[in-house]
Ligand binder design. Structure first.
Ligand code: F6R
Length: 608
């Protein structure tokens, strides 16, 4: 949430900062700005409301200066105005700060500084930071930042420059991620590696409480006790092509169509045919402990929570381990019971979601092992968890999560198989499960081949204002996910419900104007869902079904039928979510929405 970029080196800073901001735009896109050192004791700054393109248009093509910072904002304190856009400055205009996070005690700090004569020009919490740095500045930016930080309560990832210290950027992290990029004769800073991926793939992640002081020749990290931290650079393996749209009009479509490959990567090297189980190298738990696990609890947010709901059901039904999945923001404040022999998972595409991270820390504090299921390598949850599974989806840039969801499912299916084979699952059953899992990428290819038919259904319904999405069992979380996808990118109101629950209230909404999307498996729950469809049809409600190819009865009773290939019913969550992703995408396209950057949202929600 909000993106930070910094550059210090021999090149002109403005194009590098603008490119970094463009790549970070998915983290926030209300407004953006840059501040660049001119080398003559002053800073140049440009700030604009709107997307990065507006900033690009406003920055003079020949803007000089070889070190600077930039920010793309997702507003927290203060409206979307130019005055509230980062960077923010001290009264002299010599110190510039960009900030992600929330300074909780900013009112008290503002009062204190105002009494000392500081005049504030924005409504933000951030503006106290440059003024605190100015309060302590005596020719050493790093020392002044350290002194300023003592006053701050809340979360921050910041980057600070001073007009009189050419080439120097000071960064600090507490709760909001910050990464150093190590280049040849240049050093960069970012809220994530996207900020500088085209300049370097060598990165050093900061931990909470650390401060970095960098210049073109390198960087120095110190911790809260002012001790030097030596940390080797990691290599980022993402190819530049993975973060370009390529032939696609937008990232969401590209990411939906990448799913056969991204799931293939999540499964890659993990299907152990010899032993009819799954190999997960990063769990970091000894086998006796794994055997003794008596309960699995999963925490996550949004789409990751929906994947976790599928995971919990699978663990119960296939591995016969009691399991539940909960919304992280609720778990954190509920003082959860952490039972002996319970295993926890924190699931997060970005690995930076504040709700999930803080809940994970709370659970670790109570003594439990928390494994991460993350996509972004080196992210905070990935680093702080006790082990886990990387899903290897590759960078997900569209704000609405698609390929990360199906890869998270893959991680849960692998873990379930692994745990089940340690318990009661027979070798023959393990082989069947493995075969089902291995078939998923091809099944998804088939569904993607029905793109045009799904687009036609979306076109028919895109002007409706309300939708219901219903499913049962493993398909109930998929109904939730279908409703979430539709509302977040098309702004159509949609509710996901367990199909059996409709008669307890939601059926009151059914009428000719409100379509219902049903997810219909061919397992024991099929007949029950068919009854629900008849109830909806009897009340004049349009019914769309995602069901199994060849189900003529189903096809005959609904208004529109989207078939997926027949397979072992435990794997339908993979194939049935894809038409819902496409349905939401085509509805949003039809309505002219900004699919990749829907209003009010941002990827990687690093504030509570
Ligand atoms: C929806 C979506 C969000 C995220 C949620 C958690 O399309 O993307 O609901 O799933 O903000 O994000 P991560 O998985 O990064 O923790």
């Amino acid at each position: 949430m909000c993106g930070i970029v910094g550059y210090a080196g021999p090149r002109r800073a403005s194009p590098i900062l603008l490119e970094g901001l463009k790549r970070l735009e998915y983290r926030g896109y209300d407004s953006a700005g840059i501040a660049i050192g001119r080398g003559d004791g002053s800073l140049s700054s440009v700030r604009t409301v709107g997307k990065i393109q507006a900033l690009k248009d406003a920055v003079p093509k020949d803007l000089g200066g070889t070190w600077g910072i930039g920010h793309t904002r997702w507003a927290t304190h203060g409206g979307v105005t130019q005055a509230n856009t980062h960077p923010h400055f001290d009264g002299s205009g010599k110190i510039a700060v960009v900030h992600n996070g929330i300074i909780e005690n900013y009112r008290a700090l503002r009062e204190m500084l105002a009494k000392e004569g500081v005049v504030f020009t924005s409504e933000t919490d951030t503006e106290v930071i440059p003024n605190l740095v100015a309060r302590y500045y005596k020719g050493d930016l790093e020392a002044a930042v350290k002194a300023a930080l003592v006053h701050l309560e809340g979360t921050y990832g910041i980057a600070v420059i001073h007009a009189d210290e050419p080439g120097r950027i000071v960064g600090a992290r507490n709760g909001s991620p910050l990464v150093v990029g190590v280049g040849e004769g240049e050093t960069l800073l970012g809220s994530d590696v996207m900020a500088f991926i085209s300049s370097t793939s060598r990165v050093v992640y900061l931990n909470d409480g650390e401060i970095v002081s960098l210049d073109p020749s390198g960087f120095r990290i110190t911790d809260r006790s002012d001790s030097r931290v030596d940390r080797a650079a990691d290599a980022v393996t993402w190819e530049l092509g993975a973060i370009e749209k390529g032939e696609y009009p937008c990232f969401m479509e590209k990411e939906i169509f990448e799913q056969p490959d991204s799931i293939g990567r999540a499964l890659g090297g993990r299907l152990d045919q010899d032993n009819a189980t799954a190999k997960l190298g990063g769990l970091n738990l000894d086998r006796r402990y794994q055997r003794a696990v008596s309960r699995v609890n999963i925490i996550a947010a949004g789409t990751s929570w929906h994947a976790s709901l599928v995971g919990a059901q699978l663990l119960e039904s296939v591995a016969r381990i009691p399991a539940s999945a909960d919304v992280a923001s609720e778990v954190r404040y509920r003082n959860p019971v952490v039972e002996r022999d319970s295993l926890w998972f924190a699931v997060s595409q970005s690995g930076e979601t504040a709700d999930t991270l803080y809940a994970m820390r709370e659970i670790q504090r109570k003594g439990a092992n928390v494994l991460g299921i993350c996509n972004v390598v080196g992210s905070t949850i990935a680093r702080e968890s006790d082990g886990g599974v990387y899903v290897h989806s590759g960078p997900e840039i569209a704000v609405a999560s698609t390929k990360a969801f199906t890869s998270q499912l893959a991680a849960f299916y692998l873990f379930t198989l692994h745990m089940a084979r340690m318990r009661d699952m027979s070798r023959a059953e393990g082989e069947r499960f493995l075969a089902g899992l291995a078939a998923v990428p091809d099944m998804i290819k088939t569904v993607l081949g029905r793109r045009d038919a799904i687009q036609a259904v979306a076109k028919k319904y895109s002007r409706r204002r309300d939708f219901l999405f219903l499913g049962r069992g493993l398909l109930y979380p998929i109904a939730l996910e279908g409703a979430l996808k539709l509302k977040e990118i098309s702004y159509i109101h949609a509710e996901g419900y367990p199909a059996g629950e409709i008669k307890h209230g939601p059926i009151a909404l059914v009428c000719p104007e409100v379509p219902t999307v049903f997810l219909v498996s061919d397992d024991g729950l099929r007949e029950k869902v068919i009854s629900n469809i008849r109830e909806v049809k009897a009340r004049g409600g349009p019914a769309i079904a995602v069901g199994v190819e060849g189900d003529k009865e189903l096809e005959g009773i609904v208004d529109d039928f989207i078939p997926v290939p027949k397979m072992d019913s435990r794997f339908y969550p993979f194939t049935m979510v894809v038409p819902l992703q496409l349905f939401a995408y085509f509805c949003a396209l039809d309505l002219g929405r900004d699919v990749d950057q829907p209003r009010n949202l941002a990827k990687s929600v690093t504030v509570e």
